[in-house]
Design a protein around this ligand. Structure first.
Ligand code: CP3
Length: 344
């Protein structure tokens, strides 16, 4: 188990450790040559379900960058695969489903699957997390899941889309079918989180990457209650992250269920903190576009994020979204050193 006084866990409780904790969304993956080498010949979702491979990929960025947490190497669609739904990740594209869930009959077909099936099939997830946490020692491992809306954005569309129009349309055309599907997705994500916590994860993050395509009213009515349900019974600290959620950032607190809320790069962290209040930690939010800027520009931006983060009760440094695959990993290591107050 991670030591309770690890900087990440202290920040999640609202403390300000001497050293601001830092990790990066998508820190594991294609930006690392050691990842690209290890992944040769293995499909993405198969890699996620091969315990020693998933464990090693999770550990790579922790060793290399000295970040304050690992994020479990998996994918938001893994619990759907464990539920028996046919899904693949197409390189350069994203998750693709053989049978999109578009009608009330499709919703009935999918939601007939018992979410407990995910818990039963999650042996490789528990095992991978156990291997990781044994290696990590006092460094926490963050488990994660996709929020119901973001999962539905893929499942209803059948694959990646720009505006997630079909999922947004279902909410209004057939609200009963929508809520049934979203409730089921919440149960499936909750089962995936539970497996990671059983394996030893000491915090979790719920990713609602595409929530920003919703209006404030629709987010509150059709998405937030289900995200809350996914996190409600979680027994470790909870981070809630979305992209483009500035207009309804306050709702991302999920009525106090979230211990930390992540902001993307669009909203300065001091403004996010003002909207969120003193009961919640903020996470973020260096613009990933800055990763290719000259060092002086980049470090000025890192310092600016740190200064603005002081407006919140506590701050976890991160990017405003995931590490782009073409990122020079040395830049990430230098950001970690800068956040930790070391010379760069
Ligand atoms: O360090 C980490 O964050 C690793 C764990 C992780 C992955 N996916 C690995 C992955 C996490 C937390 C995710 C979550 C995920 N998956 C999200 C939410 C986070 C976000 O970025 O908003 C989403 C929307 C997905 C769906 C998904 N999976 C997409 C859009 C893609 C990219 C497709 C591509 O090739 O560009 C994936 C595949 C994926 N998931 C990769 C990785 C490392 C790339 C696969 C590869 O290496 O070929």
């Amino acid at each position: 188990m991670a030591a309770a006084d690890a900087p990440l866990l202290r920040a999640l409780r609202g403390d300000r450790p001497e050293r601001t904790p830092v990790w990066f969304m998508r820190q594991a993956g294609r930006s690392l040559p050691e990842y690209r080498e290890l992944r040769v010949g293995t499909r993405m979702l198969d890699a996620c379900l091969t315990p020693d491979l998933a464990a090693e990929i999770t550990l790579q960025p922790v060793r290399r960058h000295g970040v304050d947490a690992g994020i479990f190497f998996s994918d938001i669609v893994i619990p759907l695969r464990l539920a028996g739904i046919e899904v693949e990740i197409q390189p350069g594209r994203g998750p693709v489903f053989a049978d999109p869930v578009r009608s009330a009959a499709d919703v009935a077909r999918v939601t007939a699957i018992d979410p407990e099936r995910v818990a039963e099939a999650a042996g490789p997830v528990r095992e991978a997390v156990r291997l990781v946490t044994a290696e990590l020692g006092d460094t926490p491992l963050i488990g994660f899941a996709g929020a119901p809306f973001t999962l539905a954005a893929y499942l209803v569309e059948g694959g990646p889309s720009k505006e997630h129009l079909r999922a947004r349309a279902m909410m209004h055309a057939d609200p009963r079918a929508w809520h049934r599907l979203a409730e089921w997705l919440a149960a499936v994500s909750a089962a995936f989180l539970r497996a990671q916590i059983e394996g030893g994860a000491s915090a979790v993050q719920l990713f609602d990457s595409w929530a920003g395509s919703l209006s404030t009213a629709d987010y509150r009515a059709f998405a937030a209650p289900h995200s809350r349900a996914a996190l409600e019974d979680v027994t470790v600290p909870r981070i809630h992250f979305g992209v483009g959620t500035g207009p309804f950032l306050d709702a991302m607190r999920l009525d106090g269920v979230a211990d930390a809320v992540g902001a993307d790069w669009r909203m300065p962290l001091n403004e996010a903190a003002a909207l969120l209040g003193r009961d919640v930690t903020v996470q973020g939010n260096l613009d990933p576009a800055l990763l290719t800027a000259p060092a002086d520009v980049l470090f000025a931006a890192v310092d600016d994020v740190l200064a603005r983060g002081r407006a919140a009760r506590a701050h976890i440094f991160n990017l405003g979204h995931g590490v782009p695959p073409e990122t020079d990993p040395d830049v990430l290591s230098r950001i970690v050193a800068r956040v930790h107050g070391e010379a760069v």
